[in-house]
Design a binder for this molecule. Sequence first.
Ligand code: FES
Ligand code: FES
Length: 157
Amino acid sequence: MSMQKILLKLTVNGEAREALVHPMARLLDVVREDFGLTGTKEGCGEGECGACSVILDGSLVNACLVPAIQAQGSTLRTVESLAGADLSPLQEAFLHHGGAQCGFCTPGMLVAGTHLLETHAVQDEAGAREGLAGNLCRCTGYVKIVDALLAAREGRP
Ligand code: FES
Ligand code: FES
């Protein structure tokens, strides 16, 4: 049985975008393949690793778990939105503190961290660890990532 594709319209990183998507398509695939925004990564594909983190209508979600059609009419932000002419303060802090090693988790960490900062959800180290609990990193032991998040929060290098 073939299912008819659906015209998906949404705002992606401040621009109106559209794509013809299969009703079962995942937001992750539409972001990467239809919109060419490959900064969003696929790790587990099961909602466990956070590599595919994006901000959908102000909420942090795992794009591997969200049906693309659920984003109809929504506002989506991906990691590509974080840097303008300059890196964002959190990106600068990741560089400064060595928060990226292999780099695979980094886009998701940056998106999740940005969401934490924007929602003022982090007060201290424990809060930073808890806030990033949905994002797995095999390399850093989290210390450098947490340091970077706290530095960005406090507006210091
Ligand atoms: S790829 Fe989505 S949570 Fe792992
Ligand atoms: S830097 Fe390698 S998984 Fe986080």
